[in-house]
Design a protein around this ligand. Structure first.
Ligand code: HEM
Length: 195
């Protein structure tokens, strides 16, 4: 299904998503912190498995051709390789069932999942600092939480500009929102399964 790129000055999609998912985000933030992911290597291994399942689920969306056409550079943003390298650093091979990986078929919902995934890079600044307690860093064990070369703020602003350039109908924007809410829900459900 094609998604069109528009130049008209429309309401910001990114702002709509931010305002509409604030509660979903805060719920995830609280659940992550109360699972104490940095209290021990064992907990961090669980957190990495959670991150792996999330990034494994969104990876096909980063490589989806119609989405790449409207979000240039998208395929370079996936953090799945970095999570896999982190797992390897810790000598972990996650045992996962097929039903633990999300499958997103709707292209507009996919944009919402990507919003959730890219936005998680902002809070990752805090998480990255916490990994230092376990002596992990951008070269070992915490690669996927490290800042992008251009910096987190610029990286995010560029992605937001791409989202805001999409010309979507209200119905399509609500499908994007559904995708973002589903992504936060998936993260919470997976966290509960793992911790
Ligand atoms: C303890 C864990 C987390 C903390 C402390 C945290 C913290 C933050 C902070 C401080 C921001 C910036 C808010 C702003 O600019 O107003 C943010 C943004 C965001 N975070 Fe998190 N976060 C966490 C986990 C997550 C997770 C696990 C996800 C996704 C699964 C996520 C998705 C997002 C998204 C989508 C945004 C962008 C909001 C927007 O500006 O539209 N965060 N986070």
């Amino acid at each position: 299904m094609a998604v069109t790129l528009g130049t008209k000055d429309r309401r910001s999609l990114a702002k709509f998503l931010k305002l509409s998912t604030r509660g979903d985000h805060d719920g995830v933030d609280q659940m992550v912190m109360s699972s104490k992911p940095f209290a021990s290597q064992e907990n961090y291994a669980k957190f990495l498995t959670l991150q792996y399942l999330f990034h494994l689920s969104v990876a096909p969306l980063y490589h989806h051709e119609p989405l790449q056409a409207i979000l240039p550079g998208l395929s370079t943003l996936s953090r799945l390789d970095a999570v896999e390298a982190d797992l390897a650093d810790l000598g972990l091979v996650p045992q996962i069932d097929a039903d633990m990986v999300a499958k997103v078929d709707d292209v507009y919902e996919a944009i919402g999942w990507l919003y959730c995934s890219e936005g998680s890079n902002i809070g990752a600044a805090f998480l990255y600092k916490e990994t230092q307690k376990l002596y992990f860093d951008k070269d070992h064990g915490a690669r996927h939480l490290a800042s992008p070369i251009e910096g987190r703020a610029l990286h995010w602003r560029q992605f937001v500009a791409q989202l805001d350039a999409l010309e979507l109908t209200d119905e399509q924007s609500h499908r994007v929102l559904k995708g973002a809410v589903d992504a936060f829900d998936f993260y919470k459900t997976t966290l509960r399964r793992i911790f």
